[in-house]
Design a protein around this ligand. Structure first.
Ligand code: FAD
Length: 403
């Protein structure tokens, strides 16, 4: 016995689920669409706890989904914000090399950015860096003019408002069971059971679990990496003009702690990348024994731990020691001191891990009959969300019965 019948259900009211749902309502307004979100509002997790950066696409491997969808997505995001009156600013950023060994990687980033179609990239020396960011120090920097900032919680609220014109967004509706047979899929929630022809799983930190709930084997495990921020005290916020980033370590999918001037004017520093002890573990004290046990039972977890234990300990240490966190920041901004920073917010990244211990680098969408599982959409997925929606409908629309 089901409460209603739909053509398509999307699980997850984050920026990706909403981006996909928005694309469906725009292209197929006659389809009955429902978004199910377990929290009492949209964007409660990654999409409401991020840095708010509209990434340019400079970092990603040419030809990858991340590169293509980020570059096009950034332009689409700027246009969306402009059209709907959401605050945004294309402020540009600098990526700063502070050690000799980083210089070849900075040049590689420039080449990558150009291969991805970015214009205006420029390598500059320390004097010109100081003209852009008066307090930053480094040997060389890459100027990336197309980077911007916005507020993705506002973007999500607008996506949801637009979806509601042609579809439904139901909150406090956690998917607790999925049954499928030849003719339909039924999603059970505390607010009723909903039958659908097709399903898209955009459950972020729980996307592997939803996949298993639907009877599929995701092949990856979602590992939660907490990113913690410090806020610059208002009297010292002028130390940062816009966005100051280090040269990232190519072994990890994270960008390294950096400075971000948010769209509302506040400046923060971070996020680090600490293995969280719960999928929605926003604080050190948030521990979920069942989720930890399931991570530890996954062979890929131990392989990852063997490969990355040294940097993992480094992140833990910087997480527990403010002095160590500040030392990492001083490489970019020598004047910053412990008293300039107060504890800020945090977010938890959903990162897919393979059985061989490798972190999945690119976005990953996995079809299974009339279901599509979105299994890896870490940063820059907020930037790319409109284009992820388009790509998913282009790629899987026919299979899902969208026409
Ligand atoms: C610290 C941090 C900084 C970041 N900075 C940036 C940035 O500057 N720029 C950028 O582009 N990207 C950034 N990202 C990445 C970006 O935020 C994410 O890639 C994006 O938000 C992922 O969106 P999502 O919809 O997949 O996930 P989420 O926003 O986590 O949404 C998934 C939703 O599914 C819901 N859900 C889970 N299980 C169920 C269930 N059983 N039933 C119903 N609903 C369920 C959850 O409640 C959640 O709302 C950052 C991420 C983090 C964590």
């Amino acid at each position: 016995m089901t409460d209603s019948r739909y053509n398509i259900i999307v699980i997850g009211g984050g920026v990706v689920g909403l981006g996909v749902a928005l694309e469906i309502t725009r292209r197929f307004p006659q389809q009955r669409l429902l978004v199910l979100e377990k929290e009492d509002r949209v964007a409660c997790h990654q999409s409401g706890h991020n840095s708010g950066v509209i990434h340019s696409g400079v970092y990603y491997k040419p030809g990858s989904l991340k590169a293509r969808l980020c570059v096009a997505g950034a332009a689409a995001m700027v246009e969306f914000c402009r059209e709907h009156g959401i605050p945004y600013q294309v402020c540009g950023k600098v990526i700063v090399a502070t050690e000799e060994e980083e210089l070849p990687r900075l040049e590689q980033l420039r080449q990558r950015g150009e291969a991805n179609g970015l214009s205006g990239l420029r390598l500059i020396g320390p004097e010109e860096l100081r003209e852009i960011e008066a307090h930053a120090a480094g040997l060389k920097a890459l100027v990336v003019p197309s980077t911007g900032v916005t507020d993705y919680a506002l973007v999500c609220a607008k996506y949801a408002e637009l979806i509601r014109a042609n579809g439904e967004v139901l909150t406090s509706a956690r998917a607790t069971g999925i049954k499928r047979n030849a003719s339909e899929i039924v999603v059970e929630t505390p607010r009723g059971a909903f039958a659908t022809d097709a399903l898209i799983n955009c459950a972020g930190l729980y996307s592997d679990r939803i996949s298993r709930m639907a009877g599929d084997e995701p092949g990856v495990r979602i590992v939660p990496f907490r990113g913690e921020y410090y806020d610059l005290v208002p009297e010292r916020a002028a130390l940062v003009g816009a966005l100051i980033y280090p040269v990232p370590d190519p072994r990890f999918p994270f960008l390294g702690v950096h400075f971000t001037r948010r769209i509302a004017g506040k400046v923060d520093a971070g996020p680090n990348a600490v293995l969280a002890l719960a999928r929605e573990g926003y604080r050190h004290t948030d521990i979920n024994l069942e989720e930890m046990a399931s991570s530890l039972a996954f062979a890929g977890f131990w392989r990852m731990a063997r490969q990355h234990w040294r940097s993992g300990f480094g992140e833990w240490y910087r997480s527990l020691s403010k002095a160590a966190f500040v030392r990492a920041l001083q490489r970019l901004l020598p004047e910053i001191g412990e008293n300039d920073l107060t504890p800020g917010g945090s977010g938890v990244r959903a990162q897919a891990l393979k059985p061989d211990g490798a972190l999945v680098d690119d976005f990953q969408f996995v079809p299974s009959g009339k279901i599509l599982h979105v299994l890896n959409v870490p940063s820059p997925a907020a930037t790319a969300s409109l284009m992820i929606g388009k790509a998913i409908v282009d790629m899987a629309g026919k299979n899902l019965g969208l026409n």
